[in-house]
Design a protein around this ligand. Structure first.
Ligand code: 5GP
Length: 145
């Protein structure tokens, strides 16, 4: 599959972006189609198509920068009473750009943003069964500790 994405061009400075934060590992910039004003994207400079390809240290850094940006949004002129983090991993999850990115979305009352979901009420036995399955997979997938 073609590893090219527009985010690689933004990192390389070949495509424009309204940058908010940059260090040796991470870049944050305004989403070009914001779902609320101030909607940001935080990306690793080293491309990773999916969470499974992303260096966990870098993943931690994405979150850390996201936290700082959330505080900055609240302190800035952007209307921001709350913040949502969102990360789409895979087509089914809504991923459109295959270079991992963390959305940092400032929220205000009535801004129209939301996740459509229908919570279910499974029995404890069903929760326990799936928890066991996931615990097992965590060991096989090489989860730390
Ligand atoms: P995804 O659905 O993959 O989680 O989100 C991709 C995001 O990237 C979308 O919110 C979209 O607006 C944003 N995006 C796509 N192309 C560009 C671009 O060229 N520049 C910027 N700043 N954002 C982009």
């Amino acid at each position: 599959m073609n590893p090219y994405t527009i985010f690689a061009d933004i990192v390389a400075g070949r495509a424009p972006a309204s940058k908010v934060y940059e260090d040796e590992d991470v870049l944050a910039f305004m989403d070009i189609r914001p779902v609320t004003p101030g909607h940001l994207l935080v990306i690793p400079k080293t491309p990773a198509r999916s969470l499974s390809e992303l260096d966990p240290e870098l993943g931690g850094k994405l979150f850390r920068v996201g936290q700082q940006l959330a505080a900055a949004l609240r302190a800035s002129e952007v209307g921001c009473d709350g913040v949502n983090f969102f990360l789409a991993d895979g087509v089914t999850a809504g991923q459109e750009v295959f270079h991992v990115h963390l959305h940092v979305i400032p929220r205000t009352p009535g801004d129209g943003f939301g996740l459509r979901a229908r919570p279910t009420h499974p029995a404890r036995a069903d929760l326990d069964y799936l928890a066991g399955s996931i615990r097992g997979a965590l060991g096989r997938a090489g989860g730390k500790d």
